[in-house]
Each structure stands twice: as C-alpha cells, then as structure tokens.
Design a protein around this ligand. Structure first.
Ligand code: PMT
Length: 401
C-alpha cells in the first residue's frame, strides 16, 4: 500500500483554475500519512484563499518571502529543510519557466532553489501553452535536473479546449508522490518506547534515580519514525529534544510510566522497554523536607514498583514485547531469566560495567536474546544501533492483520 507516513510535504500552489483542487490534494496527502505545509504564489491567492488551505493543512500558509513575522515563525530556509518533498500542484507555465531559469523571485521559487528535497510538479495549463515550444523546452530542462513531472492529463479544459494540460486528479498526484518513497519497514505500525530514568520522590527536594540519559530509547524512537512507524515515546526526565515526528509523553515516576505505558500499549504492534525503571520507591513521600537529625544513619523503607514490561507482556492480545537487560555481571544468564520471568518476546542485553557503552554513553553493544537463540551486535553509536535493532525487530513482527 502507498504510504507517506511521517513524511513532510511542502505543497506549492501556483496560479491556475486547478488551484481549487489543491484543497482536496491536501486531504489525499494527509490520508496517506503526510504532514502538509503550503506555500502559495500571489497568483494562486486569486483562485483560492490561504485561509482555506490553512484550515485544511492545519498549518499557517506561507505567501511572501519578505515578511519578517512569517520568517520569524518558520523562515524560507527552514521550510526548505523541513520538506522531504516539494510538490507544486498546480504548476503553471510561468512557474515552470521561472524554475527552469533558476529564478528566486518569490517564496516558492526560493524554497525550490534552497531545498535538498525531491522536487515534483503537477503541471496544469491550457493545451496550447503546454504544447508551446518554450514550455516543452522548460519541461526538458527540469526533467534533466531530475524534477519529477506528474501528468498532465489529456481531456476537456476549463477554457473549452480539448488536449493535454489538465492537472492530474488529487488522488493520482498523492499516489505518485508516495511512489517516490520506499515504504519503511514499520509503515502502518504503532510503536511505543519507554526511555530514560524514573525518579522516586523521598521528600519535596530529594529522589532516588539512576544514570540513564535516555539516549538509547530516544535513538530507537527516531529510528522507528524513520522506518515509518507512528511512534510514542514515554520518557522519564532527560535533557534530550523530542525526536522529530514522535509523540512524547513525559513522566517522572515508575508508577506514572506504568500508567502511561498500559494506556498506550494496548493498541500498539511493538513495545520496547528501554527505560531504566526504579525497582523500588519510598513507602511514603515526606510532605516537608526531611531534616538532619543527631543520628548517624537513617533508613528509608522501600516498596516494590509495578513491573511495567511484565504487565504489557501480560496483555491479551499483547504487542510484540521487547525488554532491555542492564547487567554488570552474568549478562546473558540474567537476561535469559528476565526474558522468561517477564514473558517477553525478546530481550536486548547490555553490559553496563563496560567502559564506553551502556548508561549515558554515546555508544552501545548488545546481545539480542529470544526463545530461539542469540545475536550479538558489536559496539557502535546508539543511533546506528537503534537503526539496526529496528530493522531486526521489524523482521520479527507478526504479519499485520
Ligand atoms: O538511557 P541511556 O543512558 O542511553 O542508557 C541506556 C540503558 C542502559 C538504560 C538501556 O540500554 C537499558 O538497558 N535499559 C533497561 C535498564 C533496566 O532497567 O534494566 P533492568 O534489567 O533493570 O530491567 C529489565 C527490563 O524491565 C527493562 O526493559 C526495563 O525497562 C523493564 N522494567 C524494569 C523494572 C520495572 N519496574 N518495570 C520495567 O518495565
């Protein structure tokens, strides 16, 4: 199935009667999973209002290059970087000419010059203009530069002529846009990942926690997004930015992570527990800051936290459930025990006693253990490891219903 899951499409709309079809095109692109932002030329605004396209895209419509307010919100270079695909539909004869000449005389041509994304045009114009030797010469130039051309269709035109120049139907353009991308290994899948540490409060100023930075879980979330998954990241306190296109749910304690995970896990295909969850929490949280006493020691009574991943693995039906095992000795034996006791589909063992990997490091090295055997992945960056893990996990997921 065609998919634009997690793709950013910058839709350029130029002046022509087919501009009214851009409204439907936004919907068709969204139906395939894309996020759409719109840039309109001055002529396009004579045919359809920015407000209509803003309401449909859910994002402000960009119209001018020299508007300080719009530039402050998302400048033209940021727009050019944001896009995975710049799709101009309808593309008028004038726009094709300006693009072929390399002009940057309005916002849309400037973004087209600046972007590294694929450029695609759906031409729409009178058949005489389409057949004109200048337009055909511009078309040839653009195709030589690897600009993708969708259509035009042949048929009766708004002006009464019959011939080539009609814009393709929005659904055809959306499918053609999707065909430019490889479907990701997790396209159509929903993935929930826990990351980072939990904090278990002792009093208003103190807590029990651990050294997890969240880097491993966040890298997995980014890799899942890149593989096309709808990705939910349930995160303990970290200093990391939200991975692009993932939804982050912030939690602090193990109990909060448990509640959020159980709420999200029921409807997901893959659950990965990369968080370092505190096994115990103080029985009581003091209402006021605990004061130093004359005693040389103090005791804090702890109670067990619920096991999040074991509860997820006990759901009926359950997602494919993957845990991590952070061990400083007997790595594989302890990991195998956790695989069994928590009823997981797979566990990823990492040795947190080895310098340069595990907690708060940029690299990791792991061994995947499932009920059939083991597979070691040598030390590499957490980003690269996450991509490798996501690809291996995608292969193991049961087929989609
Ligand atoms: O965050 P980083 O700095 O990048 O470090 C990454 C990491 C070392 C934290 C990560 O790779 C890792 O190993 N995460 C799991 C750490 C851990 O808590 O392991 P564990 O062996 O204690 O727990 C086993 C599994 O049960 C884990 O999937 C854990 O998320 C889960 N668990 C544990 C306790 C609990 N109450 N609920 C759980 O779900």
């Amino acid at each position: 199935m065609s998919s634009l899951a997690n793709k950013h499409i910058l839709l350029g709309v130029t002046g022509g009667i087919a501009a009214y079809k851009s409204a439907d095109l936004i919907r068709r692109l969204q139906d395939l999973g894309a996020e759409v932002r719109v840039v309109m030329t001055a002529a396009a605004q004579e045919f359809i209002t920015p407000l209509t396209l803003q309401a449909l895209s859910g994002n402000p419509v960009h119209t001018t290059l020299l508007d300080p307010e719009a530039e402050a919100a998302m400048g033209h270079i940021q727009l050019a970087r944001w896009a995975d695909l710049v799709l101009v539909a309808p593309a008028s004869a004038d726009f094709m000419a300006r693009l072929a000449q390399g002009k940057g005389d309005d916002l849309l041509t400037t973004v087209c010059l600046a972007t590294a994304a694929t450029l695609a045009l759906a031409p729409a114009m009178n058949q005489g203009m389409w057949r004109n030797v200048s337009t055909q010469e511009n078309l040839r130039l653009l195709q030589e530069r690897n600009v993708r051309i969708f259509g035009p269709a042949d048929g009766s035109q708004a002006c009464g002529d019959i011939g080539p120049g009609r814009m393709l139907e929005p659904v055809q353009i959306a499918i053609a846009a999707a065909s430019l991308f490889q479907p990701g290994s997790l396209a159509g899948r929903r993935v929930v990942i826990t990351a980072g540490p939990t904090r278990e409060a002792i009093d208003p100023v103190r807590y029990i926690s651990n050294y997890s930075s969240g880097k491993m879980g966040y890298a997995l979330a980014q890799a899942a997004v890149e593989a096309g998954a709808q990705t939910i990241l349930i995160s303990g306190p970290t200093h990391l930015p939200i991975p692009e296109r993932a939804t982050r749910i912030d939690v602090t304690s193990a109990q909060q992570m448990y509640d959020a995970s159980l709420q999200q896990a029921a409807a997901c295909d893959l659950f990965i527990g990369a968080a370092a969850v505190a096994d115990y929490r103080p029985v009581t949280i003091a209402a006021n800051k605990l004061k130093k006493t004359t005693n040389d020691s103090m005791t804090i009574e702890l109670v067990k936290n619920p096991d999040i991943i074991a509860a997820v693995a006990a759901l009926q039906p359950k997602p494919f459930t993957v845990g991590f095992a952070a061990e400083s000795e007997n790595l594989l034996a302890y990991a195998r025990t956790k695989l069994q006791h928590k009823n997981l589909d797979l566990i990823i063992a990492n040795n947190i006693a080895t310098e340069g990997i595990g907690f708060d490091s940029d690299d990791n090295a792991v061994t995947l253990i499932d009920h059939n055997g083991e597979q070691a992945l040598t030390q590499r960056s957490k980003q690269q490891l996450a991509r490798d893990l996501i690809s291996l996990l995608a292969d193991r997921l049961p087929a989609q219903q």
